[in-house]
Each structure stands twice: as structure tokens, then as C-alpha cells.
Design a protein around this ligand. Structure first.
Ligand code: E4P
Length: 219
């Protein structure tokens, strides 16, 4: 499963990139707004940090305008994937942009039938917001499982990206459900490394090593 960072913050991305296991980035208008720069400038800066798919979202709600915006975003860098919302006009725009060879991430997906439409429109990625479903006590992992099964049934090439992840357990759940990608905040990414037994075990190994070294040195 690919790991994407769900942030537009350059410091968070620089640190996460240093581990060599981050495959891409997702942004949205809310994440960009926190950084105080234009969408285009921030996306351009992100492409200099992460060598992988970078999703950049359109803000129009009408297909013709989304297509125009999508072309501009895609021209920033070959790694840019244009994000369109899963509304009827967004599906229209997805079909048009995909037909031009522009890769589209269809966002704000909350049902399997929405995901079917996105795949039929040629989406490169579908983003089911599984965390927002879990937030309201609806099983988000089940939605990921359903979409993966439907795409496999019909051999759709659209990748499933589990979005709005809140914690490491959801990362494990969507990996088991067969999600192709999980996008997560930097905090969750760093939590994936942690296990108290790893820290305790390492501390013990190093203490034993230092003790043996001291004994050997003492003759
Ligand atoms: C990613 O593509 C989504 O925009 C993001 O995961 C949404 O997360 P949120 O529910 O925390 O806003």
C-alpha cells in the first residue's frame, strides 16, 4: 500500500520525506488555506520536496470551469493529479480531463456507487473519506472493502485512496481491506513507527552492549 501525506505544510513534508517511504501527497483547499500561499505556489513548492503523485484540488463547481482549472493545475508539474469533487459536474470534468490524459483524483466519495461512477469516468484515484464516516459511526473500512471488490470485479484501474484517516488503526484496517493508498496527517505517519516494546527492547540491547564493552575494556 502506498503512503501519502495529507498535508500542505512544507516542514512536515520535508521531515516525512527524509524516511524514504512516502509515495505522494494529498492537499485540499482547507489544507492549502492553512499555509497562507496560493494553491499554485504551494503545490509547486511541494513538488520540489516529494517525488510522487501530488493531488491539487479545483475549487469550481461547474464542469467547464473545473476543466479549465484542472488544466492549469496539471501544467504546474507532471506529478500533479487534479482533484475533482464527486458531484455530477465533477464527474463530467473527470471524464473530460481523463480523456485529455490528465490524471484525476475524485474526492469527497462516501458511497460505493459514487466510486463506480468515478471509475467509469476514468478517474486515476478515488478518495473515499473513510475517517469522516467512522466519525459518524458508519464503518469506513467497509466502504473501502466494497470499492476494492467492485473495482476488482470489473478490472477498473482506478486506485482506491483511503482518506481522512485519524489514527494508525485505520491505516492497518484499510491495508487489510486492500486499499491501494492511504493518506494521513503527519502525526499519524509518525505514530506508525512507534511501539513501546521496540523502545524498551532497544534500550535493553544498548545497555547490555555498554555493559559488555565496559567489562571487556576493564580486562
Ligand atoms: C484527502 O484527500 C482529503 O482531503 C482529506 O483526507 C480529508 O481529511 P479530513 O476529513 O481530516 O479533512
Amino acid at each position: 500500500m502506498k503512503i501519502f501525506l495529507d498535508t500542505a505544510n512544507l516542514d512536515e513534508l520535508t521531515l516525512a520525506a527524509s524516511f524514504g517511504v512516502v509515495d505522494g501527497v494529498t492537499t485540499n483547499p482547507s489544507l492549502i488555506a492553512r499555509e497562507g500561499r496560493s494553491n499554485e505556489d504551494q503545490i509547486r513548492a511541494i513538488t520540489e520536496i516529494i517525488d510522487g503523485d501530488i493531488s491539487a484540488e479545483v475549487v469550481s463547481t461547474e464542469a467547464e470551469e473545473m476543466i479549465r482549472e484542472g488544466r492549469i493545475l496539471a501544467a504546474i508539474h507532471p506529478n500533479v493529479v487534479v482533484k475533482c469533487p464527486l458531484i455530477p459536474e465533477g464527474i463530467k470534468a473527470t471524464k473530460a480531463l481523463s480523456s485529455e490524459g490528465i490524471r484525476v483524483n475524485v474526492t469527497l466519495c462516501f458511497s460505493a456507487t459514487q466510486a463506480l461512477l468515478a471509475a467509469k469516468a476514468g478517474a486515476y484515484i478515488i478518495s473515499p473519506f473513510m475517517g469522516r464516516l467512522d466519525d459518524i459511526s458508519i464503518d469506513g473500512t467497509e466502504l473501502i472493502r466494497e470499492i476494492v471488490a467492485i473495482y476488482e470485479n470489473y478490472d477498473f484501474q482506478t486506485q482506491v485512496l483511503a482518506a481522512s484517516i485519524r489514527g494508525p488503526l485505520q491505516v492497518k484496517d484499510v491495508a487489510l481491506a486492500g486499499s491501494h493508498i492511504a493518506t494521513m496527517p503527519a502525526k499519524v505517519f509518525h505514530q506508525l513507527f512507534k511501539h513501546p516494546l521496540t523502545d524498551i527492547g532497544l534500550e535493553q540491547f544498548l545497555a547490555d552492549y555498554r555493559k559488555t564493552l565496559a567489562e571487556v575494556s576493564a580486562g
